[in-house]
Design a protein around this ligand. Sequence first.
Ligand code: MF3
Ligand code: CO
Length: 287
Amino acid sequence: MERNGLCWCGSGKKYKKCHRLIEDKIAYHEMKGEIVPTRDMLKTIPQIEGIRKSAELNTAILDHVEAHIHAGMSTEEINTLVHDFTVSHGGIPAPLGYEGFPKSVCTSINNEVCHGIPDESIILQEGDIINVDVSTILDGYFSDASRMFTIGKISERAEKLVRVTKECVELGLAQAKPWNHLGDIADAINSHAQANGYSVVEEIGGHGVGLEFHEEPWVSYVAPKGTEMLLVPGMIFTIEPMINEGSPDFFVDEDNGWTVYTEDDGLSAQVEYMVLITEDGCEVLTK
Ligand code: MF3
Ligand code: CO
C-alpha cells in the first residue's frame, strides 16, 4: 500500500496517517506471538455503514417479536412474525435455507441450547424461557442477535439463569475493546457463569459476521484471559454464549439435524450481541 495513497478503509485519510499505524501495531503484536486478525477481518467504512443498517433492521425485528410474543402462540407464529417483518422491510432472513435450515429464525425453548426449529406444534407455555435468534441480510450485509424471552410467570431457577446469562454478556462486552483479546471476553463470561454454578457450552461459539453469516474468527466463551485473537478496530463479531444450568454437554436432534439439547436436560439460555470494535471501545450493532 502506498504510504501517501488513500487508506484502503475508506476513511479518506492517507494510508500513513490511518491504517499504516494500526497495521504496524498489529505486526508488532504478531511478532510477539499474538494471534492477530488479517486485513480482511477489518471492515471498511462503507462496509460498516451497510452492516449497521442491516443490524438496525435486525434490532427492529427482535423488538417486533418482543412486542408480540405470548403464551399460547406457536413458534411457527414467531417464524411468521420474523419472516414477514424482515421481507416487508427489504431484508432476507439469513437462516432460511442456510445449510438447509428450514425456517427464518431459530427458536430454542428451555432445555434447547440453540438452533431450535419453529413448528406449529410447539406452543409457548407459561413458565417457558425461549431464545429467539434473528439474523438478517440487508443489501448483502449480514447481522445477527438473539434475546431471551420469558413466558408469563417463570420459576426462580429459570429467572436466575436468564438474568445471569444477560450479565455474562454485559461483562463480556466490557472487555470488548481494542488490543484486548477474545479470551478476555470469554474469561469474563465464563467466570461469572461459574461463580453462579453454571457452565458455558464449549464447542459452539460465536463468529465474525457482516459480509457473510459466519466469518472468522470463531469465538470461544471458555478461553482463558489473554488468549485467542487480539481485538482490533474494525472487527465485527458476536458475543453469544450458551449458559447451561448443569453440564455443558449437549446433543443434536437426530431427526431434524439441527436442534441442540442439553445432555442432562437442564435449562440453557443464550443472549447474542453483535459488536464492532472501535478506536476506543466497541459499538453494539444489534442486540
Ligand atoms: N443465528 C445463529 C448464530 O448465532 C446461526 C444459526 S444457523 C441457522 O450463529 F441456520 F440455524 F440459522
Ligand atoms: Co451468531
